[in-house]
Design a protein around this ligand. Structure first.
Ligand SMILES: Cc1cc2nc3c(=O)[nH]c(=O)nc-3n(C[C@H](O)[C@H](O)[C@H](O)COP(=O)(O)O)c2cc1C
Length: 151
C-alpha cells in the first residue's frame, strides 16, 4: 500500500509536471483502485477493527480512491456528489471484543460514510464481531447473515 502524502488539498489534484516520484507512485496505484471501483457492480470489503477504527491500509485505500472528477465532485453550488452509481457494497467487519455499531466502533460508520461519499449508497453490513469472546458464535452469526443476502 502507498500512503498519501505531499498534497495540499483533497481529491488528489496535482499537475503531472509538478509530480514527484512519490506522487507518481500514488497516482499509479490510485488509477488502478479507481478503475477497479468503476468496473465493479458489487464491492466486497472485509476489514478488522484496529484500535476502534480502520486498519491504516484501509484508510490509505480510501485516500487513494477519493479522486476529484472520478469518484466524487463538487457541484457548482458547492455541495459534493459521489460519482459511483448503481453499485452495491457488502462490508464484512470483524472484531475481537468491540461490538459492531457500538460507540466504540468507529470503523463501520466511517466506512459507510466514505462509500456514500463515493456515491455507493447501498451498503450491507455482515458482522463477525467479538471473535475473541466466542469465535464459533461470531462465525455462525456471520454465516446466517450471509445466507439471508439476496443478490
Ligand atoms: C493492531 C490490532 C488492533 C486491534 N484493535 C481491536 C479493537 O480496537 N477492537 C477489537 O474488537 N478488536 C481489535 N483487534 C482484533 C481484531 O479486530 C481481530 O483480530 C480481527 O477482527 C479478527 O479478524 P481476522 O481473523 O480476519 O483478522 C485488533 C487487532 C490488532 C492486530
Amino acid at each position: 500500500m502507498v500512503f498519501v502524502s505531499g498534497l495540499t488539498e483533497s481529491g488528489m489534484k496535482i499537475d503531472k509536471k509538478d509530480q514527484t516520484e512519490h506522487h507518481k507512485k500514488m497516482f499509479e496505484l490510485s488509477d488502478t483502485l479507481v478503475k477497479e471501483l468503476k468496473e465493479s457492480d458489487i464491492i466486497i470489503i472485509s476489514a478488522p477493527i484496529y484500535n476502534y477504527g480502520p486498519p491504516a491500509t484501509l484508510k490509505a485505500w480510501s485516500d487513494l480512491a477519493a479522486r476529484i472528477g472520478e469518484t466524487f465532485r463538487f457541484k457548482p453550488n458547492g455541495r459534493r456528489e459521489g460519482l459511483l452509481k448503481n453499485k452495491k457494497a457488502y462490508l464484512v467487519i470483524t472484531s475481537g471484543g468491540t461490538k459492531l455499531n457500538s460507540e466504540e466502533d468507529f470503523l463501520t460508520p466511517w466506512l459507510k460514510f466514505i462509500l456514500n461519499f463515493f456515491g455507493i449508497d447501498q451498503v450491507e453490513i455482515i458482522s463477525a464481531d467479538q471473535m475473541a469472546l466466542d469465535y464459533e458464535k461470531s462465525i455462525r452469526e456471520a454465516e446466517a447473515q450471509i445466507d439471508k443476502i439476496k443478490v
